[in-house]
Ligand binder design. Structure first.
Ligand code: ADP
Ligand code: ASP
Ligand code: MG
Length: 499
């Protein structure tokens, strides 16, 4: 059995959804033992707009009309896409090849659901604006509608192709905890519910399931975090024991760097699970970092493919790593801050690192990297710049006695930082990797503020200034782009293009 996940770029308009329906139909021919399971994201940009609707609603009664107008616009967008499915072929030509009666039935189902979902969304928006309160739970309820609307379109497009399909909300399949905005699945409970998907596929019907969302055991709608549809596909693939999970996007698989930033980036034929998860963790946006977890546990390979170039083999992510070169990819994460705790009085005192991390954890900040000087007089950690203020407060409180005694001299943060990481299992046991990384950054005039190597030796990360050649930090603008792009390209040239 195959799980096929389509991202927001693949379902961004009617013509693209038609293309998706063709790809799925081709994979559900009579020679296949079972139809594939489809997982879909919201149409590109829709989730962002739902977040904007939620924020607007919070503006109170005055902003309510604006928020409701945006809900109506969203409904219109989906109705127009549905109308487009009837008449516009993938290459933009008008076509009469769609069976009139079958399409009429299909469109009615989807249109009825659009009405219902819009009415529900309007009610939640009114509730938020009247109360002036937006809980994480309400935010998940609001942002879940992008996927719920999109699966109706994909299922309608499949039926118009003559492929039986049923749109299903993952609220009925994926059981999660109640950590709204970043929920984690209960795999056993999900597997029990996913049996319904296997039954459908065996009967030749394509289940079209919403990505990104799930429901808590009490039935509250949850989301898995931004970009979470990849994770949904892996959860569902593991739950049904799929042979493979295919993630369809708008590039030829996982590439050696973000192709928008590094023109020389190339497609990687194969990655190990560990390599893929390090690339994702350190900022390669092509898959959600947690996608690998259920796939590894269930031993399901993941293939990344290009909806717009389906003949390209893309990237196979599995247990084995292969391919040449020690380094497979270079990534960057931006808008970070380096928080440091330093003082000679910390030397040899046990538990400083644990207390530092503990204090930061109480603020909910996500620590991306930790680096401690070997003298133990300095510990540095990297977090998002938006998380700095509460983290500093918590640290100053936790170390108040040490600050008074001057055992800790300074607790501070430097923002406008970025992490550049090189990833590849072949670095293990290859001497001199960190040295080469430093010297290439040095050659383009970039100073390294901290370094960390994964204990697995599958990655090395450097923290650099993201603030222009003069290192003023966080200034934004052209200089800022310049430094990070120069660094990425230089590192890519050194480790990948010249291999
Ligand atoms: P989708 O809508 O399919 O979920 P995303 O926008 O989430 O697509 O992810 C695909 C994009 O990720 C690509 O268009 C590319 O610009 C970006 N990207 C960043 N790093 C990489 C990488 N290492 N390999 C491939 N794509 C990358
Ligand atoms: N639609 C969600 C988002 O934009 C999930 C996804 O696309 O993967 O974050
Ligand atoms: Mg994505």
């Amino acid at each position: 059995m195959l799980v096929m996940k389509f991202g927001g770029s693949s379902v961004a308009d009617a013509a693209r959804i038609r293309r998706v329906a063709e790809l799925v139909t081709a994979a559900s021919g009579p020679s296949e033992a079972a139809a594939p399971i489809v997982v879909s994201s919201a149409m590109g940009g829709v989730t962002d707009r739902l977040f904007a609707i939620a924020r607007t609603a919070l503006g109170g009664r005055a902003a309510q009309a604006d928020a409701l107008a945006r809900v109506a616009a969203l409904q219109r967008q989906h109705e127009e896409a549905l109308a487009g499915l009837e008449t516009v072929s993938v290459d933009g030509e008008r076509t009469a090849s769609v069976d009139g009666e079958r399409t009429a039935g299909t469109v009615d189902t989807a249109r009825g659901r659009f009405d219902r979902y819009s009415a529900e969304l309007r009610d939640i928006v009114i509730g938020v604006s009247l109360l002036g309160e937006l809980s994480p739970r309400s935010l998940d309820a609001i942002t879940s509608y992008g996927e719920k609307l999109a699966v109706e379109l994909v299922a309608a497009a499949l039926r118009a192709e003559g492929t039986p399909a049923e749109a299903i909300s993952a609220e009925e399949i994926v059981v999660t905890d109640d950590v709204f905005g970043n929920a984690a699945p209960d795999m056993a409970a999900t597997a029990a519910r996913a049996a319904r998907l296997s039954d459908l596929t065996r009967a030749g019907t394509v289940p079209v399931v919403t990505g990104y969302i799930g429901a808590s055991p009490t039935g509250a709608t949850t989301t898995l975090g931004r970009n979470g549809s990849d994770y949904s596909a892996a959860i569902i693939g593991a739950a049904v024991g799929a042979d493979e999970v295919w993630i369809w996007t708008d590039v030829d698989g996982v590439m050696s760097a973000d192709p928008r930033l590094v023109p020389g980036a190339r497609s990687l034929p194969a990655l190990s699970y560990v390599e893929a998860s390090e690339l994702a963790y350190f900022g390669s946006k092509v898959i959600h970092p947690r996608t690998i977890v259920p796939a590894v546990a269930a031993g399901v390979p993941i293939r990344i493919k290009n909806t717009f170039n389906p003949a390209h083999p893309g990237t196979l992510i599995g247990a084995d790593a292969s391919g040449s070169g020690a380094v497979k990819g270079v990534t960057v994460i931006r808008d970070l801050a380096l928080v440091t705790v330093e003082g000679l009085g910390m030397l040899g005192v046990p538990g400083i690192a644990a207390r530092t991390l503990g204090a930061v954890a109480t603020t909910g900040a996500n620590v991306l990297m930790i680096s401690q000087s070997s003298s133990e007089s300095n510990i540095a950690l990297v977090i998002a710049r938006s998380e700095v203020a509460p983290a500093l407060l918590a640290l100053r409180e936790a170390f108040a006695p040490e600050l008074r005694r001057h055992d800790v001299d300074a607790i501070g943060a430097q923002d406008g930082m970025a992490i550049i990481t090189v990833v590849g299992s072949g670095m293990r046991g290859t001497p001199g990797m960190a040295g080469r990384f430093f010297s290439v950054l040095g050659r383009v005039g970039i100073n390294v503020s901290a370094i960390a190597q994964g204990s697995s030796e599958y990655s090395i990360s450097c923290v650099i200034h993201d603030g222009g050649a003069d290192g003023t930090g966080g200034a934004g603008g052209a200089d800022r782009e310049h430094t990070v792009h120069d660094a990425l390209r230089a590192v890519h040239r050194e480790f990948i293009e010249t291999q």
